[in-house]
Design a protein around this ligand. Structure first.
Ligand code: GLA
Length: 381
């Protein structure tokens, strides 16, 4: 892989790269729209990665070339980098440079060749993968000595302040910190993390990821509106964040809120509980017992948080009807992907059932693959 990338790098930038860094996309097992409420999440990294082949430059320029781009080099001056000026995919790596410089880290220029097999717009965090691979590359090229969580937070800062998407920390933390064979149990308030072993094969299970092909776009304002609604609810309840509302106090809290905020709060509070229950079950080795929690999480996203769509609802319904132990949309919503926990022998039957249901509904064919918990950002060459 590195030889091929080095050849492209040389053709585009001239000369040899210093190395290659990779960072994965993610699926979230449970804990959706909890990260910006100081809550809990439980993502795994995908085997799919974005690779950044890179070398330092000393002239303050950032030259970006992507195998998935339009065949041209984006050439930026680091001096001119300000939020909002770089449109398209180049905003993610440029934003990471900007965030590092803003935090006072001595980063000069760089030549980057980017290649990725993380599906874009599928709710699988292709943007976090690009940010975290870039951050890992710059951390080594400039010997910054930053830790994985520090790089993740800088990547999140790039996305929030440079690209302009008010996301929480889950995607970047997953891409930077996940480990092979484990889910990342993260408290997004304290950033305390625990790697919870998840050996699907030993339990006779597979995790099916179904990309509905409905492009999800978090930049369109709906995500920001949901986040603002949650923050308003916490403020009205006199709490630092919805994380601080206990399940036992939910009913009385809902009575004190305007009608439109109630379902948001109900989702966040019950979803945090679902994360904790999932971790408890995994700790006891009950992987199969996760199924109903996943499906309950989907119902909450569909009926309370209202971020599912016809395609994600149909994928969940068809997967469960065909024998999946549980299924839910994963990621921000408004399209994107669904995960289904399936007995190893049922993978084909479940994916066929979803494909056929999509055909009957007149939806474009979904793309399904199985995923195992994989490693976070790392240097690969
Ligand atoms: C997107 C955001 C995350 C998180 C999820 C919903 O993926 O980037 O920070 O809020 O949506 O759980």
């Amino acid at each position: 892989m590195i030889d091929e990338a080095a050849t492209t790098f040389e053709a585009v930038h001239g000369g040899r790269p210093t190395g290659m860094w990779a960072a994965p996309g993610r699926v979230n097992l449970i804990g959706e729209h909890t990260d910006y409420n100081d809550g809990f999440v439980l993502p795994i990294a995908l085997p799919h990665t974005t690779r950044v082949t890179a070398r330092r430059r000393e002239d303050g320029r950032l030259r970006l070339y992507s195998a998935q781009g339009d065949g041209t080099v984006t050439d930026l001056s680091l001096d001119g980098l300000t939020p909002g000026v770089v449109a398209s995919w180049a905003g993610y790596p440029a934003g990471v440079f900007w965030a590092l410089a803003e935090a006072g880290h001595p980063v000069g220029g760089a030549d980057l060749f980017i290649d990725s097999d993380v599906p874009a717009g599928a709710g699988l965090s292709s943007s976090a993968a690009l940010e975290c691979a870039t951050a890992a590359a710059l951390n080594d090229l400039y010997e910054l000595g930053l830790t994985a969580p520090e790089l993740a937070l800088l990547a999140q800062r790039a996305e929030n302040a440079f690209v302009g998407v008010p996301c929480g920390a889950m995607d970047q933390m997953a891409s930077a910190c996940c480990t092979d064979g484990a889910a990342l149990f993260l408290d997004t308030r304290t950033l305390e993390q625990r790697h919870v072993p998840l050996d699907l094969a030993a339990a006779g299970l597979r995790l099916l990821v179904i990309d509905t092909r409905v492009k999800h776009d978090l930049g369109d304002g709906a995500y920001a509106a949901l986040r603002a609604g949650c923050e308003r609810a916490a403020e009205l309840l006199g709490l630092p964040a919805l994380r601080d509302l206990a399940v036992a106090d939910l009913a009385s809290a809902l009575d004190r809120l305007p009608g439109e905020l109630r379902p948001l709060v109900r989702h966040v509070v019950t979803e945090n509980r679902r994360v904790l229950e999932t971790v408890e079950r995994l700790d006891r080795g009950g992987t199969a017992a996760l199924g109903p929690i996943l499906t309950a999480g989907h119902a909450s996203l569909r009926d309370d948080f209202r971020v599912s769509c016809a395609e994600t609802d149909l994928a969940v319904e068809a997967a469960v009807a065909a024998g999946a132990l549980g299924a839910r949309m994963t990621g921000g919503g408004f399209g994107g992907s669904v995960i289904a926990l399936v007995a190893a022998g049922d993978v084909t039957a479940v994916s066929d059932a979803v494909r056929s249901a999509f055909g009957s509904a007149g939806f474009a064919a979904p793309v399904a693959f199985t995923a195992v918990p994989s490693a976070g950002a790392r240097r690969v060459a």
